[in-house]
Design a protein around this ligand. Structure first.
Ligand code: SF4
Ligand code: SF4
Length: 355
């Protein structure tokens, strides 16, 4: 049984169940990046190494615009600030009626972004995987902590709405507790904790446990958190952050008894678009050619053959089908063979608001 953890003021995290009409469009403008993170989720064999042109960016934004609905646009990559037409894309999206535009950046803010974008045009979301260079830089690269935090401070000073994304893995989970104090110092009032996904580099065969350090990526057994690590550490850190006035969002991961299972893919509310034209409904499918649509000549065409949509229809006791297929080691069974935890949709979030 999973017990929700209250914070110091007795507050419990609230589950943000999917709301009808709410849409999230994750638009990967390019796959290239100036960094080489150890857990990078980009898979060039599946997503290519290209970049959408200015014209494609406009066309594809038009394709997914739905002004009557609450459509949130997240521009990402690779590193989206490397795209020379990023600011144009933000402005075109706002003209098309997207409600909120967020840029997910590694913090380098290429093309002098802060000088070219007004603070009310987009939210800037910075990725940082540790509270110090000693924790962050072995994961994201030498000097990344200093650059990312300096640019985040500049964005706050310029009046931008900022958030920080921390990808929790076995490489940094022991340091998550120091993140709320860092956010407070940086003036960042929104904190997203995400769990490492087994895709991209993290899904490649890596060096076995106990092997001497080398340049190969860690394999999934060395990066993924155990249920105990997630459940014991993350809610407590979220409670600490909320007590400091920071809003925290983190994945549900394990459903509590009686909570309904929801698959975002079935509801078709989130779209993951890649520069090679693939459009997925589930991010866990991104390492496979299971995408629902392909964009061709500015139109959405159904991908023939087996797609993620067929997988979404499967009802299993473990909850999420893709977790069962890709990360079966995460699921623990009791003696009669029932799963001890149902795994929630990876897009289902919990929120802890400032006390
Ligand atoms: S910043 Fe993002 S896209 Fe770039 S290497 Fe890191 S995870 Fe990959
Ligand atoms: S993560 Fe699981 S539950 Fe969520 S969309 Fe994918 S298959 Fe459905």
């Amino acid at each position: 049984m999973i017990t929700p953890t209250p914070n110091a003021a007795g507050q419990q995290a609230r589950t943000l169940f999917f709301q009808p009409g709410e849409r999230n469009i994750f638009f990967h403008l390019l796959t290239s990046c100036n960094l080489r993170c150890r857990h990078c989720y980009i898979n060039p064999a599946q997503h290519g190494s290209g970049m959408v042109s200015r014209r494609e960016m406009e066309q594809w934004l038009e394709l997914f615009a739905a002004p009557a609905q609450e459509s949130n646009l997240i521009l990402l990559g690779g590193e989206p600030t490397l795209h020379p037409n990023l600011v144009h894309g933000v402005r075109r999206a706002r003209e098309l009626g997207y409600r909120g535009v967020t840029i997910d950046t590694n913090g380098y803010l290429h093309h002098n972004l802060l000088a070219r974008l007004a603070p009310d045009e987009a939210v800037l979301s910075f990725s940082l995987d540790g509270p110090t260079p000693a924790v962050n830089d072995p994961i994201r690269g030498d000097g990344v902590f200093a650059t990312c935090t300096a640019n985040l401070r500049q964005a706050v000073a310029a009046g931008f709405d900022v958030s920080l994304i921390f990808t929790a893995s076995r490489l940094n989970i022991d340091h998550l507790a120091q993140m709320p104090a860092l956010l407070e110092q940086l003036g960042c009032r929104r904190f997203f904790i995400q769990v490492i996904g087994i895709r991209g580099k993290s899904a490649q065969p890596g060096k076995p446990d106990g092997a001497p350090p080398d340049n190969r990526p860690e394999n999934d057994s060395t990066l993924q958190l155990s249920p105990e690590q997630w459940l014991e550490i993350v809610p407590q850190v979220a409670a600490d952050a909320a007590a400091r006035g920071i809003r925290v969002i983190y994945p549900k991961v394990y459903l509590e008894d009686g909570e309904p299972f929801q698959c975002a893919g079935r509801q078709e509310q989130s779209y993951f678009i890649f520069p090679n034209g693939r459009v997925y409904l589930c991010p866990l499918c991104e390492d496979f050619p299971l995408h629902t649509w392909q964009i061709e000549d500015g139109r959405l065409r159904p991908n023939p053959g087996l797609t993620e949509r067929q997988l979404f229809t499967l009802e299993i006791a473990e909850g999420c089908v893709m977790n069962k297929l890709l990360q079966p080691g995460n699921i623990v069974y009791d003696a009669p063979g029932r799963p001890r935890h149902r795994i929630s949709c990876c897009l289902l979030k919990q929120e802890m608001r400032p006390v």
